[in-house]
Design a binder for this molecule. Sequence first.
Ligand code: BV8
Ligand code: ZN
Length: 245
Amino acid sequence: MTNIEKLAKILSQSASAVFFGGAGMSTESGIPDFRSASGIYNQKLNQTFSPEEMASHSFFVTHPEEFFAFYRERFVYLDAKPNAGHIALAELERRGILSAVVTQNIDGLHQVAGSKVVYELHGSIRRSYCVKCGAKYDIDFVMKNIPVPHCEKCGGIVKPDVVLYGEGLDSDTISNSIRAIADADTLIVGGTSLIVYPAAGLIDYFRGQHLVLINKTATHADADAELVIREPIGETLSKAVALLK
Ligand code: BV8
Ligand code: ZN
């Protein structure tokens, strides 16, 4: 039995699977990941600061101009389209096999592909808010108002609704994700290096039957997985869904 056939068999036996994913889910949509050789954190963008420093909350506060220049340049891929993997996950939800997508990604591509239950642990580039009065703005406002977007109501800085390093995650999103993972019969973990916390720690709540890892490189969770697939995740998910009756 090939790995794709094994994955299809596990999916056909699942009624409340959960997908836990990261940047590797969007590389087949042309969005670079972070820690692969070609990833964002390995590109020398700025002489003084490292990419991870520039994606931190303290940098947002102390260097807003550089933060927004880095953010517009490196995080926003508005013309990116969902790939076969996003579409396969939306199909699995429609079939009643998948109950939720838990993602660390901020690109919103799972929703564009049709997934309804998506928990965005690190927020989304599509939403922004005024740090002073909470007024909501869309991504165009942030892209157009150079160098630093200010609230039209109170003049406060308009921040992308993205969890930066050193920032806490939304508590409802965390509790919804934990509940989905704890109730899952199958957990598919894919396109993530499982390095960033507290997100990576959420998979420890899984106590179902089938743990599947789909990732181009090894992760610390591989040893516990029933099935490890070292192939591109978009192709893998879509081939497995195609085998379902
Ligand atoms: C918090 C948004 C406390 C912005 C992100 C020192 C100071 C402060 C904090 C810390 C510190 N040391 C440690 C921490 C904790 C820190 C952390 O975990 N750091 C890591 C680096 C050690 N965490 C935090 O700061 C978190 N907050 O702790 O706050 C607190 C608590 C309460 C109240 C106040 C404060 C916040 C973490 C969130 C940070 N924001 N993103 C941005 O987009 O950059 S994290 C960033 O990494 C992205 O969101 C990304 O999603 C996430 C995880 O990366 P991955 O998705 O896994 O991507 P990666 O490139 O690593 O891996 C991709 C994998 O896919 C690779 O393995 C590759 O082989 C594979 N792949 C690629 N293509 C494919 C593929 N596989 C299959 N098919 C393919 N086609
Ligand atoms: Zn405001």
